[in-house]
Design a protein around this ligand. Structure first.
Ligand SMILES: [Zn+2]
Length: 415
């Protein structure tokens, strides 16, 4: 393999953090540099549920839960239990493709590759988990590029040749975005995320400089993307109002919880990941569309997805019969019925959670190009695999974005 590929995932990088900067091109010189050097995706979106584990797995397998089978949690009718899925991923990962091809790679805390192609202590297919913040993790990547060496804890790995594939996972934007610093207003929360983004941008600059010094920058694909954005909420849970609204449609026993008793019975089950909720009908009504239209009259509801639309959105059937997402600021939490402080999370169909930041630059790709068509974050890895001449990922459903190629290359490939 001639080229290099660096995959950087900045967990929780909603596009609006970038858009709301006073002057993004001045505040973020290196991200802006990548935009100028490559392709900026104006309409990149994540999938459903937009939650870290399912989406990180999805990106690296090029398919959402229809392929990974991970929708974070689902109701298992046989066990009458709500099952949590952790890092479950039933689809092939990029790491597994690389390993089959005997192409070494490094994963710096990109946990969706841990034991899915990479593992701790395995120099050729290495997974390391340094923890700490963006600086620690970026420094490891920079050291690797500069010295072909990774030193972490008591371990040290040296490489004769720089591995051609390097993955980096950073979760500062997510942690700050959740408002762990307890800012009182949405603006202050956003500004705190943006401050960290500016610091991350400096480190990205060091990566770019290191690649240039090594003379491999022009041969390197750099993908910067994310698993979801973030939307804030506060105050009372609207799950009580939702229960009443569903009862008014003629259902008797409507319950809302995340843990079920073994013999618990219901006509309708509402389970929630914090903001949005999943609805399971004991007996599936014949006309979900009518139910949606009735529920949409509720003022706190922003969007409803019904089962018939799951497939086209890449969502596994297990996720329920309906997904209901509230308007910004509101939530369907079933554990905390009242939230006194401003919080934020991302399991939401709201634009702030779904619309993500993404940029890609690389050899043979268009430059200074703004890609306006809607893309999904599961399109990127299958596209990169294609560009690197790798076999396609077995379960990928993402679209190959061949129109990213420079026109010359596009015609040479006869497409
Ligand atoms: Zn995340």
């Amino acid at each position: 393999m001639e080229e290099y590929f660096i995959y950087i995932n900045l967990d929780g990088f909603g596009k609006y953090y970038f858009d709301l900067l006073y002057d993004p091109f001045q505040s973020l010189p290196y991200i802006s540099y990548l935009i100028k050097e490559g392709i900026y995706f104006e309409n990149a979106y994540t999938g459903v549920p937009s939650i870290t584990f399912p989406m990180q797995c999805a990106i690296l397998s090029g398919t959402y839960s229809v392929g990974t089978h991970n929708c974070y949690q689902y109701w298992d009718g046989k066990l009458n239990q709500i099952v949590y899925q952790g890092r479950q991923n039933d689809a092939e990962t990029l790491g597994e493709v690389l390993r089959k091809q005997e192409i070494g790679f490094i994963s710096i805390q990109q946990f969706a590759l841990e034991d899915r192609g990479a593992e701790k202590g395995n120099k050729k297919y290495l997974y390391i988990q340094p923890s700490g913040d963006y600086e620690t993790r970026f420094d490891l990547l920079i050291q690797l590029i500069q010295d072909h060496r990774l030193a972490i804890g008591g371990e040290s790995y040296s490489y004769l040749e720089l591995p051609h594939i390097m993955c980096l996972y950073i979760d500062d934007l997510d942690a700050i975005g959740h408002n762990k610093e307890r800012y009182k207003t949405e603006n202050k929360r956003i500004e705190a995320v943006q401050r960290r983004l500016i610091q991350i941008d400096e480190k990205l600059g060091e990566v770019i400089e290191a690649l240039k010094e090594k003379g491999i920058y022009d041969k390197t694909y750099i993908l910067l993307t994310t698993d979801h954005g973030m939307v804030s909420f506060k105050g009372m849970s609207y799950v009580g109002r939702l229960i009443k609204a569903i009862k008014r449609l003629g259902f008797n026993k409507v319950i809302a919880c995340n843990t079920l008793k073994e013999d618990e019975n219901f006509d309708v089950l509402i389970t929630s990941t914090g903001i949005e909720c999943q609805i399971y009908f004991k007996e599936l009504p014949s006309d979900l569309e009518t139910i949606r239209q009735r529920l949409k009259q509720e003022t706190y509801i922003e969007q409803i997805l019904i089962k018939d639309e799951f497939k086209i959105n890449g969502i596994t059937e297990q996720m329920g019969d309906m997904i209901i997402s509230p308007k910004e600021g509101k939530h369907f939490n079933v554990e905390y019925r009242y939230i006194p402080i401003l919080m934020a999370s991302h399991d939401s169909l709201n634009e702030k959670a779904q619309h993500i930041f993404s940029v890609l630059k690389g050899p043979n790709l268009k430059k200074r190009y703004t890609y306006e068509k809607r893309v999904k974050n599961i399109d990127f890895i299958p596209t990169i695999a294609y560009l690197l001449g790798l076999p396609s990922l077995k379960n990928a459903t993402g679209t190959l974005l061949l129109d990213l190629l420079e026109e010359r290359r596009f015609y040479e490939e006869g497409r």
